[in-house]
Ligand binder design. Sequence first.
Ligand code: GLN
Length: 364
Amino acid sequence: MRGRSAHSRSGSISSRPAEVLRLEASFQAARRSRIVCRCALLWTSERPTTESGALVSKLETVVKDIVDEMRGRPHRGEVASYIPELARADPKAFGLVVVDADGHVVAAGDADTPFSIQSISKVFTLTLALGKIGDRLWTRVGREPSGSRFNSIVQLEYERGIPRNPFINAGAIAVTDAIVAGHQPREALGEILRFMRFVAADDTIVIDDAVAASEQRTGFRNVALANYMKSFGVIENPVEFTLGVYFHHCAIAMSCRQLAMAGRFLAHFGHNPSTVLPVATPERARRINALMLTCGHYDGSGEFAYRVGLPGKSGVGGGILAIAPGKASIAVWSPGLDASGNSQLGQLALERLSKRMEWSIFGA
Ligand code: GLN
């Protein structure tokens, strides 16, 4: 992963598609307007209207109740250990943050403790890759639920090296390869990290190098998946470049508060309230939400839709980003996982939240 600075530019201006230029203009505008927007956010937080004030106080009660309930739960699932560094997480940790449509932030529990976002990063790399190459991405990765584990190998053989969807490991590696696209790994990684900081409006977000190195040492399955795809021409860059970037973006560390902020553009039809220009078109945000709903929890996606009824994306670090379209961006974290690799209490907490707030996209 050595090379030029993570902040160096990743290509000449003239060779970049219009959408990437638009995104970069939006980055710059966001930087300029951040101070003003932060003030605006504070202002709205302090002066809610009567109606939104009632909603916020209900939300505060619900979030507090959920955190109290989850703290006392004895069965919390198993902390992931196949990436050795992840096994260090405290199984008792629990955080929940909701950012509503008016920018009110309701937080409880370990809301500001950074954790490894792992596969939640795949939502953001998908957004970035679609911004760079648009629908051409879909020649390299499908959009169907997999019904198998996140690191399954068998399916790739049946489907001649084209991964089922962008959220299983193989699909996310193919998406990362589209972002690398001939650049140095460090440049591609810098672009991903800048994008995360931009959507979260938070320049303090960093990569946990110990987690990245731990997965780089032990990620043999991902090496197998990437090499298998390479044999079909689905991976275009050197496998070690693409995997290096993949392992590092999975190792981005964020708190529930940062993650909920980062998801706002998906809750608001592609528009991030703290930036002048949209992050994605409304159509693209809607489609990313659709993929999160159908594929975001691997072979547990049906169960998540049934119980929670919201687009969501889990990671083996125990985090889940969930979106209540038009209403809220939600991040929850509890490191213990169920058999499908999804946060056990995170799912339960979201089930409680969507029920009490009546946020399921399928109705109350
Ligand atoms: N980096 C992890 C892996 O590739 C991500 C898996 C996950 O969060 N589901 O195995």
